[in-house]
Design a protein. Structure first.
Length: 127
């Protein structure tokens, strides 16, 4: 659902960017204020798309760190750096390399952990 709403925001921002760009380049309009307003809208749309993209990347990095921690992986920061610098290829590598299994809630601390693990990576108490 989050990805669907993010996609809608990007499409809306891109549509705004295209409409503003066509208004700024209209040579038939002698009004310089209209061209200035269209250029400002174009810049605003571009900034919106860039900020939304950065927000998506940050959310993805936070998810990778939390997932790696919940699965008991020691190097969550290294996985975050891999995904940040390599991008989608790093995410695929992470998804293939992480321990597979069902996630359950720890009865002691309430955090998520792998069902097959003998102790919780958060509180260290075995189940």
């Amino acid at each position: 659902m989050l990805l669907r709403s993010f996609r809608a925001l990007l499409i809306g921002g891109t549509a705004l960017l295209c409409a503003a760009s066509s208004g700024a380049q209209n040579g038939n309009n002698p009004d310089p204020a209209a061209g200035c307003a269209a250029c400002g809208a174009c810049s605003g749309g571009l900034i919106f798309v860039i900020v939304a993209w950065i927000a998506l990347i940050i959310a993805l990095l936070v998810w990778v760190a939390r997932d790696a921690k919940a699965r008991g992986m020691d190097s969550a920061i290294l996985w975050m750096l891999l995904v940040m610098f390599v991008g989608p290829i790093g995410l695929v590598i992470y998804l293939l390399a992480r321990p597979q299994g069902n996630m359950i809630q720890c009865p002691n601390c309430g955090n998520q952990r792998l069902q097959a693990s003998t102790k919780c990576p958060h509180c260290g108490i075995g189940s």
